[in-house]
Design a protein around this ligand. Structure first.
Ligand code: NAP
Length: 244
């Protein structure tokens, strides 16, 4: 593999995306950023010395544009774009379900599809990191739409990991509630944050750095024998019960 890895990050200016970009930049990775708000992308691009493309993942034309701008070779792709639609079934519309599916799942599939020729040109084994959620493996009330969309991401991870092996590895991270602009939407007050934190065996909410650390590992050659995994970074929420 060439010394300088090249990695494409969708949702780069988000809480988790930007933490991943900062970590990868510190490791000497060349980054190409994608997001929908130019001002956020431009300032992050300057900080991490990256190129970038502005666009919305619900616009199918974005992916070909990114493929053109990213260059011929890629060693990794991160799709850290997402929604949190927490609403009871009677309050969910067909448009809510479709939007969650498009932003979380279809966007991920189209991002990988468009980047595939460049990923296949990696000198090593290229790595894709997608984002599922604890809500794809645990049933939570008011999570019908986002749970369904993230369940699709988990299944996509497995299907692509099989189809793209051995040249490209595909894994997903499944966080529980993490303090980012997206996660903060669910935290009305510090009291609410403390009560949700207490549902986790490790007694706190996630931080973007908790998630970024695993993403950076999965993108590195140290993870070259890991593919088709959906890994919880969730304070124990998906597997542990410490009370009752
Ligand atoms: N935070 C959590 O509690 C949590 C839990 C489970 C799973 N996850 C998943 O982790 C991933 C990263 O989430 P995060 O917490 O870092 O969220 P975030 O801070 O809101 O970042 C998401 C990024 O995606 C961008 N984005 C959203 N919709 C887009 C669209 N239609 N087109 C292009 N870009 C779009 C946002 O752009 P703007 O900045 O312009 O809005 C933002 O930069 C997501 O897949 C999320 O579902 C997060």
């Amino acid at each position: 593999m060439t010394k300088e890895r090249r990695i494409l990050v969708y949702g780069a200016a988000g809480g988790i995306g930007s933490a991943i970009c900062r970590l990868l930049h510190a490791q000497g990775v060349r980054l190409h950023l994608v997001g929908r708000t130019e001002s956020k992308l431009a300032s992050l691009a300057q900080e991490v010395d990256a190129t970038y493309t502005v666009g919305d993942v619900t616009d199918a034309a974005l992916f070909a544009k990114v493929a053109q701008e990213v260059g011929e070779t890629l060693d990794g792709l991160v799709y850290a774009v997402g929604t949190i639609t927490i609403r009871s079934l009677p309050r969910l519309t067909a448009a809510d379900f479709l939007n969650d599916f498009r932003v979380n799942a279809l966007g991920a599939a189209l991002a990988v599809q468009a980047a595939l020729p460049a990923l296949k040109k990696s000198a090593g084994v290229a790595s894709v990191v997608l984002f599922s959620s604890v809500a794809a493996s645990q049933g939570f009330t008011n999570h019908a739409s986002i749970g369904m969309a993230k369940g699709a991401v988990s299944a996509l991870t497995l299907a692509l990991a099989a189809e793209l092996a051995p040249k490209v590895r595909v894994n997903a991270i499944a966080p529980s509630l993490t303090r980012t602009p997206l996660g903060e939407n669910l935290l009305g007050s510090e009291q609410m944050a403390a009560s949700i934190a207490a549902l986790h065996a490790l007694q706190r909410l996630g931080e973007a750095q908790d998630i970024a650390a695993l993403a950076a590992f999965l993108l590195s050659p140290q993870a070259d024998w890991i593919s088709g995994q959906i890994i919880g970074v969730d304070g124990g929420r998906s597997t542990l019960r410490t009370k009752g």
